[in-house]
Write a protein that binds this ligand. Structure first.
Ligand SMILES: *Cc1c(COP(=O)(O)O)cnc(C)c1O
Length: 366
């Protein structure tokens, strides 16, 4: 018997393509374009290629390293840096990204200077703080901020955006979207600007989008999780017609024994620095899988079989096998949430297996 490499994440590109096409069509029905966010898949060129073939022409990532991967792979899309660049990254940002998101004048000055040196104009989207309290220029400071940016010759303001549901859990409500629309209109009129991107949020904007009759000036959303995991992100509800199982973690059993459910001996801290406690369930069919907290955010795993994750250390996942047979060498599959996906795709210890579950004709872009 040949064993393939584990732990591995299996990526069904047919399902990713299906989800991406549906998302593009859904949001497109009310005039909203999608930036495909690749940070959840660590800037995977294979996935990015599928997004582009599914009709997405702009890809966005928080890491320059991931954008560099996409650029080197020759992915045919406009590249956006989603996180405001660090000063040290200004030069590379101008080289790699077509557009970057920004909130700090010092950084924009550095980008402008770099752009002039490189003989180009770097486009920027300004992010406005709308309550979630991650990135953003405070609304009352926006006009003064833009005045100063307009003096810089190496950058061009190409959009205005806001982020929601990431830190403070603040919803992109209709009210917030109307405020963003109004802010965009106001600064466009005030400074004779033409904003190409008015980008209202992320996968958390689904319910707003479904319910709103008028999207106002919002013409763009930045979507990752909905495409990969088929859900919105305010309550993690499934989006009808999308696959939620495009990604699967597969790990292998390396020990399988009947053992007590209670640790025996004098106890102290475990590997995580906790004093763990356990319920006595008598003897238990237990298994160890060769994957651990160094490879994946374990709390984001959900076994597809009727087994239970008891806990983990850096390289071991401890399982209550219940009535499931888990002999050494058996492969065990898990559903992943977004945190688990991020960690698995970024891990050098986890192999990536891309496949097409069925033949589907992808529409050609353009
Ligand atoms: C990660 C990120 C997104 C994408 O969020 P999803 O919930 O995966 O759709 C959008 N915008 C910004 C600024 C981000 O950092």
């Amino acid at each position: 018997m040949i064993y393939s490499s584990t732990p591995r994440i299996e990526i069904d590109l047919s399902k990713v393509a299906h989800n991406a096409e549906k998302i593009v069509r859904l949001y497109g029905s009310k005039g909203i374009h999608i930036m495909g966010v690749t940070k959840g898949v660590a800037g995977s060129a294979e996935v990015a290629d599928i997004l582009v073939k599914s009709g997405i022409t702009t890809l966005a990532d928080t890491k320059l390293k991931n954008l560099t991967t996409l650029k080197k792979a020759g992915v045919k899309a406009e590249l956006v840096l989603l996180r405001t660049p660090s000063l040290g990254d200004a030069e590379e940002t101008v080289e790699i990204a077509d557009i970057s998101m920004n909130t700090e004048l010092t950084v924009i000055e550095a980008l402008s200077q770099q752009a002039l040196q490189q003989g180009t104009i770097h486009r920027i989207i300004l992010m406005m703080e709308m309550g979630d309290l991650r990135e953003g220029i405070m609304p009352e400071d926006l006009e003064k901020f833009i005045e100063k940016v307009l003096l810089l010759k190496g950058v061009k303001i190409t959009g205005l955006g806001a982020n929601f549901a990431c830190f403070g859990g603040v919803k992109p409500s209709s009210r917030k979207m109307e405020e963003l629309s109004a802010a965009a209109e106001k600064v466009e009129a005030m400074f004779s600007l033409q904003l190409t991107y008015i980008t209202g949020g992320n996968s958390g904007n689904y319910h707003w989008f479904k319910e709103t009759k008028n999207t106002g000036r919002i013409n763009n959303l930045r979507i990752g999780e909905s495409i990969y995991l088929g859900c919105e992100t305010l309550d993690r509800e499934e989006i009808p017609g999308l696959y939620t199982d495009a990604f699967t973690l597969v790990a292998e059993v390396i020990e399988s024994k009947v053992k007590p459910s209670l640790p025996f001996g004098e106890t102290a801290q475990n590997a995580a620095g906790e004093y763990p406690s356990f319920a006595d369930q008598g003897m238990m069919k237990r298994a160890i899988l060769a994957v651990g907290s160094q490879d994946v955010v374990v709390s984001g795993l959900n076994p597809r079989a009727d087994i239970e994750i008891l806990g983990s250390s850096s390289d071991h996942l401890i399982i209550n096998a219940k009535d499931t047979d888990l002999p050494v060498g058996k492969e065990v599959a898990f559903h992943v949430n977004y945190s688990a996906l991020l960690s698995l795709m970024a891990s050098a210890y986890v192999s990536k297996k891309y496949y097409f579950s069925n033949f589907i004709q992808l529409p050609q872009p353009g």
